[in-house]
Design a protein around this ligand. Sequence first.
Ligand SMILES: [Zn+2]
Length: 255
Amino acid sequence: MTFKHLALAVSAAAFLLSGCASDEAKTPKHEESAHGAHEKHWDYAENGPTHWREFSKTCGEGHHQSPINIVPGKTVSLNPQYALQLDENVHTTAKVIDNGHSIKVTPKEGGYIVLNGEKFKLLQFHFHGKSEHTINGKRYDLVAHFVHQNPKTKQLAVIAVFFKEGKNNPVLDNILGNIGGEIRIDPQDLLPKDTQHYYHYIGSLTTPPCSENVQWYLLKQPDEASKEQIEAFRKYYVDNERPVQELYDRAIESN
Ligand SMILES: [Zn+2]
């Protein structure tokens, strides 16, 4: 199965992917001015989340935004059509970059997931220094977001893998030790053992343009990373989390 990054040739898709689920190749400054786009750049400081509506109205006005707080006692059962099938077991090379918002890993060939009969290919995954979604108000120590896209509809599906402090994770060492370089990786090695229990809901990118209709899957079983690894990530990014958003009319599914 060969996935070439054709999708990224489409500038609209590239723009869409500059969201969290994102952080796809940050548009170089000269290109942005060529497009007459904003002079300011969003960030997590003076142009932080409360200002993101200035970059995209959806960030301020959307009613299906991410991240959210999950209250495990208030979920509904999973619609079986949206049960997640994972096929991420692909040995590939991947580029590791610090894109200014996150540490991002882009596999040359990604695996895929299947939901509701549709394939979504893995485009990239990236990290936040604490989890963006909270469970009963609590953040995990680190999170990886695996961003997938349906090549036909361009819809995105993101799998969040939480990390808690524990044993050293060799895959994270490989990533951390090669920022700016290329690694050999099997993205499946970063997933926890149990990938069959999760929360599912419809949300958005967690960074501008905060585009909605993103399928979110939050795996219940956290992975582990050592204290040193969590600290090493946080040397790059610790406050790259958007605050939790209103749930509005959405239901959170759980299995
Ligand atoms: Zn993210």
